[in-house]
Design a protein around this ligand. Structure first.
Ligand code: SF4
Length: 356
């Protein structure tokens, strides 16, 4: 525990020893170590971004069993936005950052998505564009007959600044074969991210948890990311995503609050080479996310405006928050709110360009 608290590298066995058979006492010690580590890195500062999620369509043919967001084309809940709607919405909100993810479908193929990015860049030159998961990038390559490199080069040239971390789920073939067999393997997910990193495009990394995985699988997922980060240095932020129970085909209840906090703490202790740990409030809940700042997280994501992926899956949090509410939530956790940009810099600060 002490090693992790001061940022020294933990082994797999040491990590597992921290979380197996958690008792109130060991949970408390885990949280205290993570808090020490995050305060040593960031003091009492906690960041958020004034951002907007854009989901051009929820039509998706992948059929992941845990997903309540996706719909087949003729399903009542299927939706597709037009470019006009998206541009008008961004113009009216004027966010610092947009986060664009959709489904795998023929309605929003690569060329149309590329054109959307170009239009956003032309219309909003200062906007930070975080767009398309590794799953989408791989599908763009497959469907357009291009390579992953071709797709990433075109997206970066059009104006994409960074990639989200979704689609990783949890790196265990045991659950992938059962619940998302048609989706990228861990190796293929990493291939897309490693190519992005090689081109100077930073990315996030996620881990879906609370769907029946074991602690050793969570530890293995984080250590795999740590190993990859040693090679590329391109992961900016790690985001554990609590499974949203309710409407899907998976009977799991989702993680308890204690588990959500323990996963955040373990991530802060294990991922010594990934700068930021995010408590993602739409899935964790506002109170738990605020508490997560004392359990290793240093970022709460953002205002989001109209989150659909978690909310169509049954999340009961608001679909968006005002700046004031983000700052109030961070203060509720006992931290000092700092509005940041997409590069994780305090808003207004200069940052080194990382584009191609
Ligand atoms: S998780 Fe993503 S890829 Fe899987 S069905 Fe849902 S939208 Fe499609």
């Amino acid at each position: 525990m002490d090693k992790g608290a001061v940022g020294e590298r933990l082994t797999s066995d040491e990590a597992l020893a921290l979380v197996q058979d958690l008792t109130p006492e060991t949970l408390h010690e885990l949280g205290a170590a993570a808090l020490h580590n995050r305060r040593w890195r960031y003091g009492l500062k906690a960041t958020y971004v004034f951002n907007q999620h854009i989901n051009p369509s929820n039509i998706c043919t992948m059929g992941c069993a845990f997903c309540n967001y996706a719909a087949l084309p003729d399903a009542p809940k299927a939706f597709t936005l037009s470019e006009d709607t998206i541009i008008r919405s961004v113009a009216s909100l004027a966010p610092t950052e947009v986060h664009i993810v959709g489904g795998i479908n023929d309605l929003w193929p690569f060329d149309r998505n590329l054109k959307l990015v170009k239009t956003l860049r032309r219309s909003f030159p200062e906007l930070f564009i975080k767009a398309f998961t590794a799953v989408e990038v791989a599908a763009f390559a497959r469907d357009s007959g291009k390579t992953v490199d071709d797709i990433l080069v075109a997206l970066a040239a059009a104006g994409v600044n960074a990639m989200p971390g979704g689609g990783a789920e949890i790196f265990t073939e045991r659950l992938r074969r059962k619940y998302w067999p048609q989706k990228l393997s861990a190796h293929d997910w990493w291939h897309v991210h490693s190519r992005a990193h090689a081109m100077g495009i930073p990315t996030n990394a996620t881990m879906l948890f609370g769907i029946g995985e074991r602690w050793d699988e969570r530890v293995a997922h984080m250590l795999t990311l740590r190993r990859w980060q040693d090679r590329s240095g391109g992961f900016e932020c790690f985001i554990p995503l609590p499974f949203q129970p309710g409407k899907g085909e998976i009977a799991a209840d989702g993680p308890s609050t204690a588990e959500i906090l323990a996963v955040l703490a373990l991530a802060r202790l294990l991922l010594d080479n990934i700068p930021h740990i995010k408590a993602y409030w739409p899935m964790a809940g506002l109170e738990t996310a605020a508490a997560g700042l004392s359990w290793g997280a240093d970022d709460l994501d953002g205002t989001i405006k109209e989150e659909k992926v978690a909310h169509m899956a049954g999340a009961r949090t608001p679909v968006g928050l005002a700046r004031e509410k983000m700052e109030e939530t961070i203060a509720m956790g006992g931290f000092e709110a700092v509005e940041r940009d997409g590069w994780f810099q305090a808003k207004g600060k200069m940052h080194a360009a990382r584009m191609l």
